[in-house]
Design a protein around this ligand. Structure first.
Ligand SMILES: C[S@@+](CC[C@H](N)C(=O)[O-])C[C@H]1O[C@@H](n2cnc3c(N)ncnc32)[C@H](O)[C@@H]1O
Length: 252
């Protein structure tokens, strides 16, 4: 997309008079602007809705998608769940505007039972690849969602994998050629070594690689139909293997 088109879209979806982009110091707008725009326009496709839950909306974005839901799209009930709280979130009240933040683990049944009323729309943006018990956690997330479930994350395109419906645990040397971040972090002390030696309980150093067909199958089996999909390159360094997906599912 040409640069001025990009900033026009950014201004339309994130009007500077409503949301000051300089509030989000950890966001690299140059690198991630395109992905951020796509994630926001997926939300726009589901409007009007009255409530939204943003699962894992904190790291590096400090609740930006929740705030857009509240201030730009005027969604009345906006809840964000994350087990992590950023410094900026604590320090800067404007990033918290209109958001009901619940600190907790959305893979935990007890915590999830504290969320009473379900939501029209759920965001699962870059969170599923990190869930140890993926199916259990996804079912918990779906149980809190009434109409639309949005997934955006790195995926392994079906054509690059030997089978459809693939789910691969990426950790250790056997997954070497698939691990997406090696080039990016190889220079950082110990990162690659940690990734290679990760144990199954160390979710900061492994992730699930999924094909879109896998995501579609598990969603369909839980009663959710795909209504929209798009794929883009994003910033992923191993771009011959990976794409970023934007998938919208609607409850049957
Ligand atoms: C990679 S970041 C994604 C941030 C944002 N959603 C985005 O699209 O850029 C993952 C976030 O999800 C949170 N997270 C992952 N699993 C979680 C869980 N089971 N319960 C609560 N938070 C979780 C992490 O703390 C982190 O803030």
């Amino acid at each position: 997309m040409p640069k001025n088109m990009h900033s026009l879209r950014l201004n339309r979806l994130l009007p500077p008079c409503l949301i000051d982009r300089s509030d989000y110091k950890t966001i690299d707008w140059e690198k991630d602007g395109k992905t951020i725009l796509r994630k926001i326009s997926m939300i726009e496709r589901c409007l009007p809705v009255k409530s939204v839950i943003d699962f894992g909306g904190m790291w590096e974005v400090d609740g930006l998608y929740s705030r857009v839901c509240s201030e730009r799209f005027r969604i009345a009930r906006v809840t964000m769940v994350d087990k992590y709280v950023s410094e900026n979130w604590m320090r800067n009240p404007s990033v918290r505007n209109g958001i009901d933040f619940r600190r907790g683990d959305f893979s935990d049944d007890e915590f999830m039972s504290t969320l009473e009323e379900p939501y029209d729309l759920a965001l699962a943006y870059d969170v599923l690849p990190h869930q140890m018990d993926l199916m259990h956690t996804l079912n918990l997330m779906l149980s809190k969602t009434r109409k639309f479930f949005l997934i955006s994350q790195p995926i392994l395109p079906d054509k690059t994998m030997p089978f459809r419906n693939s789910l691969v645990l990426l950790s250790g040397s056997k997954a070497y050629s698939l691990i997406p971040f090696r080039e990016k972090w190889a220079e950082e002390t110990g990162y690659w070594a940690n990734f290679s030696d990760a144990t199954i309980t160390d979710t900061s150093h492994w992730l699930w690689g999924m094909t879109p067909s896998f995501i579609e199958s598990i969603m369909k089996s839980s009663g959710w139909e795909p209504v929209y999909e798009e794929f883009w390159r994003g910033w992923l360094p191993k771009s011959s293997k990976w794409r970023i997906c934007g998938l919208i599912f609607k409850k049957r």
